[in-house]
Design a protein around this ligand. Sequence first.
Ligand code: SAM
Ligand code: SF4
Length: 325
Amino acid sequence: MLIDTFNRKIDYLRVSLTKQCNFRCQYCMPDTPDDFFDNTALELPKLLEFIKVAIDNGVTKIRVTGGEPLLRSDIAEFIGGIYAYKNDIEIALTTNGFLLEKFAQSLKNAGLKRINISLDSLKPERIRAISKRDALPQILRGIESAQNVGLGIKLNMVALALTRDEICDMLEFGRERGILVRFIEFMENTHANSDLISLSSAEILDTISSRYKVTPLFKEHFGPAKLFSINAPAKDGRSYAFGIIAPHEDDFCASCNRIRLTSEGVLCPCLFYQDSVNAREAILSGDKEAMDTLLKQAVFNKPEKNQWSEKEVQISERAFYHTGG
Ligand code: SAM
Ligand code: SF4
C-alpha cells in the first residue's frame, strides 16, 4: 500500500498517454504550434508494465488521459491489458471526444466502463473559438456512440464567462440524455491564454439557481466534484444531478489520493508543483524493482497542498496537456 508523509493513501494513478493533442484549447495549450509532435512518449506496452507495478502497490483506480489519449491507436489494447492483469481495477478515460465515434466500440470491448468527455459549448462557433478546431459535430457523434455502446459518460465543461449563457443549456443537454455534467473552475496555469475570464463555483451556482432550485448533495464517487440536484427530473424520472469541480474552494488536497505519470515516464506527485521523479529509464529497461522504488519516492515527495486554494491564487507552471489533466 502507498501512504504518503501526510498519511494519505495513494491508490489512484492518472496516466497521460501523450502530450500531443488535436485541439488547442484556450485554457490548456493555445500557443502550441499545430504541428507539435510528441516524440518522447513511451510505447504503451512499456507504460503498461509500470501500471502493473502500481497495481501491485495497491493502486485500484486508473484514469487514462493526455493530451488527447485517443491519438494513441493501440489504446484499446492498452486498456484491455490493464483489465487482463487485474479485472477489478476501476479505469476511466478522459477525452475531447473528437475521435470517439471510431473508438467507442473497441474501448467497450476492451472492458472500459466509464468515459469523461470534454464539451465546452453547444455552439459550433464557440467550440471553434475555444479549441481552434471545427469539432462540435464530431464530439456530438462521439457522445452518441459512447452512449450507444453502453459506456457510462460524464461531460466536463470548463466554466468561462464566454459560455456562461450556455450553462443551463448544457445541463438540459445532459438531463435529456441522462448524463452527468460537471462544471470545472478554470485552473490558472502559465500555458493558458491569459485573457481568459473564468467563472467561480459561486457564479456557476448563481447561474443555475436563476433557473432551477438547486440542492447540495454529496461528493461524487471516483471524482473530485461536489454534486447538486435540480428540481427537474432526469429521463428516468429520478432527480437530476450536476457537479462542480472547484479547486479554488474545496480542499481536495487533504484527501488527495492521486499520483500522475506522464507519457515520457515522469511521475508527478501534484498537478500544481514542478517537482517530479523520472522513471523513464526504469520503464524503458523494464526494471520493475527500480520502478517500484521510484513510485515510492514520488509518493514520499507528495506535497501537502496545491496553491490554487490560497487566498492569493497562484499560477501553476505545469501544463495540463503534459501532466494529464
Ligand atoms: N484531451 C482530453 C480532454 O480534453 O478531455 C484529456 C486531457 S485534458 C488536459 C483533461 C481535462 O482537463 C479536460 O476536461 C479539460 O477541460 C481540463 N482542463 C485543461 N486545462 C484546464 C484548466 N486550465 N483548468 C481547468 N480544467 C482544465
Ligand atoms: Fe487538448 Fe484536452 Fe488540452 Fe483541450 S484540454 S487542448 S482537448 S489536452
